[in-house]
Design a protein around this ligand. Structure first.
Ligand code: PMP
Length: 359
């Protein structure tokens, strides 16, 4: 019996993907080896990595003028790598802060460049995105950084910010591949894989090629976008299993109708869960309706002394990882691409039953 796993990441993967990985584990493509045991420079793996990149380009509509990099160090590594690649000492970066990850990204960037916060939603504990057009991007900023979906408090932008001629940089860790996106609006998109793409250990960076060639001399070679773009992300050993598994996930997304199919599926799940929470007098979600995440749904019980009981009873019912992030408490259901509507329905049924017996 598989659990209904609501973890924020590493998160559940599609069953079909795990079954295929299992079937291919001992003998990948007739090699007599697992994909983890073949050379990254061998013909078979190079072809697999190219196919994975081609599938990502097709699904997201990534134009030719963007490089796609498969790197390591997680999204947090990119908090440092991006300023190292895109700024010179003395430059300044604009930030939109709508949650905890954006705050961490800004703190890391500050080691390398000036940071200007042009929108800060911390005053009400991060429950909304800034209104479109309500902030001014500095024309001389090296780039504008934002977090389209904040994983901890479940705040998601319903629009792509207009940065004018300033490159727009997005930490898409917890929303990538969940719906269509116009890649041409961005200078850099990056995402840790462990939510919607595969196992941890892989971070995907999509960078407009005109932003290459600016890395500081001190930039670690493995994080130098220009070097990695010129070496097909193989300046050293890439995270081979992660790249392989991403390929399987992309095949699965394609089978589900691509990003339009994902969007439809994700909207239905989010509507079911938020709809139930809003109709209940027992559960609540504090986020503004137009900024509610499709991927991470935090919710509070009317009586917080029941939190531990809720988590324990839910686990007994096969619904796991529902405790909110340790920094905020309450509950959080992460309902990434791989979570089926039936999983959300099982959660809603459990929540209704818990309210009847404890509310
Ligand atoms: N950004 C966001 C939005 C995240 O949710 C996370 C991880 N939960 C990170 C960055 C950090 O990612 P990693 O652990 O891959 O460094």
């Amino acid at each position: 019996m598989r659990a209904h796993n609501f973890s924020a990441g590493p998160a559940m993967l599609p069953l079909a993907v795990l079954e295929r990985a299992r079937d291919e584990l001992l003998d990948w493509g007739g090699s007599g080896m697992s994909v983890m045991e073949v050379s990254h420079r061998g013909k078979a793996f190079v072809a697999a990595a190219e196919a994975t990149q081609a599938a990502l380009r097709a699904l997201m509509g990534i134009p030719e003028e963007y490089a796609v990099l498969f790197l390591q160090g997680g999204a947090m590594g990119e908090f440092a790598a991006i300023p190292m690649n895109l700024t010179a000492p003395g430059d300044s970066i604009d930030f939109l802060l709508t949650g905890d990850w954006g705050v961490k990204a800004a703190a890391e960037a500050e080691k390398y460049a000036g940071v200007r916060v042009v929108a800060d939603e911390s005053a009400d504990h991060f429950v909304r995105a800034p209104r479109e057009g309500s902030f001014t991007v500095s024309p001389d900023a090296a780039y504008l950084h934002y977090t389209p979906n904040e994983t901890i408090r479940g705040v998601e932008f319903g629009y792509v910010p207009d940065a004018g001629p300033v490159p727009l940089v997005a930490d898409m860790s917890s929303t990538i591949l969940s719906r269509p996106v116009d890649v041409s609006r961005f200078g850099v998109i990056y995402a840790g894989a462990q939510k919607n793409m595969g196992p941890s250990g892989l971070v995907v960076v999509v960078v407009r090629r005109d932003l290459l060639g600016r890395a500081r001399p001190q930039t670690p070679t493995v994080w130098d976008f220009t070097v990695q773009a010129g070496a097909d992300s193989m300046v050293n050993t890439p995270p081979t299993f992660g790249i392989y598994l991403l390929g399987l996930v992309l095949d699965w997304i394609t089978d589900q109708g691509g990003l339009l199919g994902m969007a439809e599926r994700n909207r239905a799940k989010a509507d079911a869960l938020y709809g139930f929470i809003d109709a209940s007098g027992f559960y609540s979600n504090p986020v503004d309706r137009d900024a509610r995440s499709w991927m991470n749904v935090p919710f509070l019980l009317a009586d917080p002394s029941l939190d531990a009981t809720f988590v324990a009873r839910a686990a007994d019912a096969g619904l796991t990882n529902l405790a909110g992030h340790r920094s905020v408490g309450g509950m959080r259901a992460s309902i990434y691409n791989a979570m089926p509507l039936e999983g959300v329905r099982a959660l809603v049924d459990f929540m209704a039953e818990f309210e009847r017996t404890h509310g």
